[in-house]
Design a protein around this ligand. Structure first.
Ligand SMILES: [Zn+2]
Length: 258
C-alpha cells in the first residue's frame, strides 16, 4: 500500500503515456496517486487524464512560476466552477506557494498564494504548497491564517532545521522526494530524519527529481519505492511499516485532520 502524493501527469514528458504510467505504478504497489494541477486555466486537461481512475485524487491550483499575471476575478471564477464541477476528484487546493528563486514578482506570487489560501478556507479543503527561497515569507503567511486553515502540506520539503521546526509547530505535513537520495543533500537528510513520522509522506514529483540511481531520467510513480527505501535506510525503519504510516498520513491530510 503505497501513495505517490505528487505526479504532474499533464507535463509533456508524461501526458502521452498516463495509462501506462499508472499501470506500471500499480504493479509496483501504488494504490493511491495525487495528480497535481499547476495551471488553473488548464484544469480540464488534468481532470480528463485521470477521471476514470477512482484511486487518483486531483488538486486545483496555479503554480507560483505562472504568476506573472494574477487576475483575481478569473481565478475566483475558475475555482468556483471547477471545485463544484469536479467535486468527485478535487481533494486539495494547490499547487500554490512562493518561489523567490524564480523570476516572477513576489507581489504577484503572494497575491495568488493568498487567493488559494482563501479558497481553501472557504471550501474547507487542504492546501498544498511549494516553497523555495521563500521560507520566511511563507511561514509568516501560513501563520497569519493558521486558525482558519484546515491542513497544510509543504511538498518537496527542502527547508532547514529551523523551518522544519516552525512548520511542525504549525501542524503542517511534509512530503519527501528523490532529492534525499542526491549526493549533495547531506544537510537535507539530517533535517528529514527529524521530521515526525506522523507528518510525512512520499512523492515522486514525476517527471522531475528521479531518485538515484535513475537521477536525470524521466521520473515516474514506479520509482517511488526507491525514495521510501532510501528513507527507511536513513532512519533504520521497516519499509512496510513506513509505507503504511505514510499512506495513512496522506489520508488524514486530505480529510483535514492534523
Ligand atoms: Zn513544486
Amino acid at each position: 500500500m503505497l501513495t505517490d502524493a505528487h505526479v504532474n501527469f499533464s507535463h509533456k514528458d508524461l501526458i502521452n503515456s498516463v495509462d501506462q504510467i499508472i499501470k506500471e505504478g500499480r504493479e509496483e504497489g501504488i494504490s493511491k496517486f495525487l495528480a497535481v494541477n499547476s495551471n488553473l486555466y488548464d484544469i480540464e486537461t488534468d481532470y480528463n487524464l485521470v477521471k476514470n481512475y477512482d484511486f487518483v485524487d486531483l488538486t486545483i491550483g496555479h503554480h507560483p512560476y505562472l504568476c506573472n499575471e494574477v487576475d483575481e476575478d478569473s481565478f475566483k471564477a475558475l475555482f468556483e466552477k471547477h471545485i463544484n464541477g469536479y467535486k468527485d476528484k478535487i481533494k486539495i487546493i494547490g499547487e500554490t506557494g512562493l518561489d523567490f528563486s524564480y523570476d516572477v514578482k513576489p507581489i504577484n506570487q503572494i497575491k495568488s498564494f493568498k487567493l488559494h489560501i482563501e479558497t481553501a478556507i472557504k471550501n474547507e479543503l487542504p492546501l498544498l504548497i511549494h516553497v523555495r527561497d521563500a521560507f520566511e515569507e511563507t511561514y509568516k503567511i501560513i501563520n497569519e491564517y493558521k486558525s482558519e486553515l484546515k491542513t497544510v502540506l509543504i511538498h518537496c520539503f527542502t527547508g532547514d532545521d529551523n523551518y522544519a521546526e516552525k512548520f511542525i509547530n504549525l501542524d503542517c505535513y511534509f512530503s519527501i522526494t528523490g532529492i534525499i537520495t542526491f549526493k549533495n543533500a547531506e544537510k537535507l537528510r539530517r533535517t528529514i530524519r527529524k521530521l515526525p513520522k506522523n507528518k510525512i509522506f512520499f512523492e515522486t514529483d514525476a517527471p522531475y527529481l528521479a531518485p538515484v540511481p535513475m537521477r536525470g531520467e524521466i521520473n515516474k510513480p514506479s520509482l517511488l519505492r526507491h525514495i521510501i527505501e532510501y528513507y527507511c535506510k536513513l532512519t533504520e525503519k521497516d519499509f512496510d511499516n513506513i509505507a503504511n504510516i505514510a499512506s495513512k498520513n496522506y489520508e488524514r491530510f486530505i480529510s483535514c485532520q492534523t
